[in-house]
Structure formats: C-alpha cells, structure tokens
Write a protein that binds this ligand. Structure first.
Ligand SMILES: C[S@@+](CC[C@H](N)C(=O)[O-])C[C@H]1O[C@@H](n2cnc3c(N)ncnc32)[C@H](O)[C@@H]1O
Length: 280
C-alpha cells in the first residue's frame, strides 16, 4: 500500500470516529419532552389585582420597610450578580408583610438577596418558619461561594446579622428532590431556582402539593407572552412557558404579574418580573 492511500484511510477512520454533536435543544423542545403532570390547584388563594396593588402601597408596610431599610443596607448586598434586584427585594418584603404567611419556602437561595428580605418581613410576625433550598451549598465555609458573587457574607451569616437565625433554615437539595422527600407544607412558596420551562413545569405541580389552603406561589423571571421587560434584554421564557402549558392543560391557574412597582427596580425602570400565582 502506498503512503497517500494509507494516509487517506487513517484520515477517513479518524473522521468517522467523531460523533456529530446534537444541537442544543430549545426550551420548548425540552418542555415538550416532559410528560403531562397531574396537578391540584385547589389550595391556591384567589387574590385580586386590586388587593395586590393595595399591598404594594400599604402605609403600614411602607413604615415597616423604612424601619428595616438601614439594617438591610448595612449588609451591602451586591447588585447584578444573580440576586433579585433591590426593587424586587422590596416587593418581596411587601408581599410577605401583607400576606403574613406562617411558613415560607424559597427555592433558589444563591447569595440570599431575597432570603434576607423574606426573613426580615417574617421577623415582625408572631409565628413563622422559613426554609430556603438550593442545589448548591451556598454557605460552604471552605469554598465561600458568595465571594464569587461579590457578597461580603454567606446567606447564613446575613440571616444571623439581621437576627433571623431562629426561624430560618438552609437546605442543600434540588427543588424536585426536596418536594419528593419532604412532607412539609407552606403558606408561601417563592420559586427562584432554575428558570428553564421544563423545570418550572415540574416544580409548580409539586409546589402546589406542598401548599397550605389559601397559600400562594411567587414566580421570578415571568415575562408575559415571552416579551422583554427591559429594552435590549431578551425575555427569559421558562416560567411563562411552564405556566402556559399548565393552563393549556386545564390548570385553574391565574398569574398576576406585578408589572410596574411604585418604586425603581432596574435599568431606570419600575418594572419587575415577579408574578403571583393564584387561582380563579
Ligand atoms: C437566580 S438564583 C436565585 C437568586 C436568589 N433568590 C437571590 O435573590 O439571591 C438561582 C439559584 O437557584 C439554584 N438552583 C438552580 N437549579 C436548582 C434546582 N433544581 N433546585 C434548587 N436550586 C436550584 C442555583 O444554584 C442558584 O443559586
């Protein structure tokens, strides 16, 4: 065999050994791969848009917010490193203060921006218990993951600083594992973990199973009709697509996007992607 022929054979063999990389599946494709999931939304509260607006403008809560604002500011929570923005933090404080849940679950602790706002609103209530779950050990004292996101302290340390450690618990788990293995139930569930449609579509039905009668679910990154909320920033479509599929499948779910808040959120706007999941 002459050399060029052998070389050709080797090249052919090498090329044929490469498997083509399948193209990344779109969020819609990944969502379609999940079989239909049964759900029961009877425990969800029926909250009106008027009620929600009243909560966001409530004078007592404005006073409560002013009284804790400086303590929270002294925590030096970083902006734009994955935590909910300061306007959303304030909205979460208002919602918890108004709804007065006894038991709260947060999925997606990250650096604790929403965690400290949920906890500081709960602090004023007589009965409270708060569990925040993340797939990562957000308080890992060796790796100190919060430093990577410019946060000065771990979420657990932040909670300690604002005196909420007695009723706040951290758990390392995926949302689905947690829901599958726990029998705890909650009055208020904040879903802020993985925002892919296939995940939120699975999380909502199991979150509903863990909801007490009259409870609510708060979503983050809900972009109605997949439309951007800020110029130049594409919409995150997962939570909207997940809810839409559940509604298309007959779920008695009503979403109230918080939309324009009475205060600034980000990029010089008052717009938020927070949305309350309620029923009719
Ligand atoms: C957008 S961040 C949450 C921001 C946080 N609420 C805050 O204000 O600081 C999303 C978090 O969800 C976590 N996460 C991602 N997938 C998850 C899953 N399947 N279960 C639980 N947590 C998950 C990530 O590790 C990340 O910390």
């Amino acid at each position: 065999m002459n050399l060029p022929k052998k070389l050709k054979q080797v090249v052919k063999k090498v090329i044929s050994s490469f498997k083509p990389i399948p193209p990344e599946k779109s969020p819609r494709e990944k969502l379609q791969e999940i079989p239909s999931i049964p759900y029961d939304s009877t425990n969800l509260a029926n909250i009106s848009e008027t009620q929600l607006r009243e909560w966001l403008n409530n004078n007592e809560i404005v006073t409560a917010w002013k009284s804790i604002k400086d303590d929270i500011q002294s925590l030096n929570l970083p902006e734009m490193t994955g935590g909910v923005n300061p306007g959303d933090q304030r909205a979460i404080f208002y919602l918890i203060s108004a709804f007065k849940p006894k038991t709260v679950l947060e999925v997606g602790t990250h650096i604790g921006c929403s965690t400290v706002h949920i906890a500081s609103a709960l602090k004023a209530l007589p009965e409270k218990s708060f569990l925040t779950v993340d797939i990562r050990d957000v308080n890992d004292s060796e790796k100190q993951p919060w430093k990577e996101f410019n946060s000065p302290a771990s979420p657990a340390q932040l909670i300690q600083k604002i005196g909420c450690q007695d009723f706040t618990q951290f758990k390392v788990s995926t949302s689905l594992d947690f829901f599958q293995t726990s029998d705890q139930t909650f009055d208020f569930i904040f879903l802020d973990g993985l925002h892919d449609a296939y995940m939120v579509y699975q999380e909502i039905p199991v979150a509903l199973q863990h909801l007490n009668q009259g409870g609510v679910i708060l979503l983050h990154d809900y972009f109605p009709n997949e439309q951007p909320l800020w110029e130049g920033y594409p919409a995150i479509t997962g939570p909207y697509l997940a809810v839409k599929r559940l509604q298309d499948e007959g779920a008695n779910l009503r979403v109230i996007p918080l939309g324009e808040l009475p205060w600034e959120t980000k990029l010089g706007t008052n717009m938020t992607s927070l949305a309350l999941l309620t029923t009719y």
